[in-house]
Design a protein around this ligand. Structure first.
Ligand SMILES: [Zn+2]
Length: 272
């Protein structure tokens, strides 16, 4: 049996069983990772510096599969295998392209869309993460917004759980989802780090907290009569003298304000 670079994932089920057996009997250590990676039975990884320290990024031909913080490569390899049930090996060739794509994404200068491998998650969890990807850098949305946008308005707690289980934090920006009361909330990479990342992205978390405490959950423009979440790029453009603050959607609509179609702070039915 030969294996070359043309071998694809498709139709390789029989091959993969052979190679799992091969692993048991002890294939040469230098060949095995290459074969496993090519067959999609293992992922490769590199580490990269971020505003919250170095993190490990794993990927396979389907896309990026994990972002984790760990003390070192060995700890990461162990944690990855525990969580995903397959091995992960240090990336050799080819990782430089992905590494610079990830770096650009983290800097807020994406040159294209990153691909993600979230096949291990439920449909609901995948919908939550895909929705989180829509939140622009420098902005945040409440948990309830995600729940409503994916058609499960009552599943706010489940949204929180799905975000907490996000296997690809930082790149799938679960940190951009916060509580409606302005509390930044929990974060898989450390609650304090969530604040650090939001600050770094320009979301001004301390200001959000101050607004929420003052009962200002939405910002409207007295000139357009449109209201937004405070971090929406449209809300940020409203001059202070034209700003109107609202405690609730009902408050805003009772004063003749319509929800922004970009950040969608209220259900579709309320939109003009
Ligand atoms: Zn808006």
């Amino acid at each position: 049996m030969t294996l070359n670079s043309e071998t694809t994932l498709e139709g390789s089920d029989d091959l993969s069983w052979d190679f799992e057996d091969l692993q048991k009997v002890g294939a040469p250590a230098t060949i095995l990772p290459t074969v496993m990676l090519r067959l999609g039975l293992a992922d490769s990884y590199f580490s990269i510096e971020t505003p919250i320290g170095a993190v490990f990024v794993a990927s396979n031909p389907r896309g990026i599969s994990a972002v984790m913080s760990a003390d070192d490569g060995a700890s990461f390899e162990h944690a990855f295998r525990e969580q995903f049930g397959r091995p992960v090996y240090p990336a050799t060739d080819g990782a430089s392209v992905l590494r610079s794509a990830v770096r650009d994404q983290l800097r807020g200068e994406p040159r294209g869309r990153l691909q993600f491998d979230i096949r291990g998650l439920s449909e609901f969890e995948q919908a939550v993460l895909r929705k989180a990807l829509e939140i622009p850098r420098g902005e945040v949305r409440p948990y309830a917004w995600i729940a409503r946008e994916i058609g499960h308005p009552r599943a706010v707690r489940a949204v929180g759980t799905a975000l907490a289980r996000n296997p690809i934090p930082l790149l799938i920006p679960c940190h951009r989802v916060v509580r409606s009361d302005g509390v930044i909330g929990r974060y898989g990479l450390g609650d304090e780090n969530k604040h650090v990342i939001l600050e770094e992205e320009g979301a001004q978390p301390a200001e959000l907290r101050r607004l929420a405490k003052a009962g200002a959950r939405f910002v409207g423009s007295a000139t357009t009569h449109i209201f937004c979440f405070p971090t929406c790029r449209h809300a940020r453009r409203v001059q202070p003298r034209h700003q109107r603050m609202f405690a609730s959607e009902a408050d805003a609509s009772s004063r003749g304000f319509r929800p922004c179609k970009v950040c969608r702070p209220a259900p579709l039915a309320m939109q003009a």
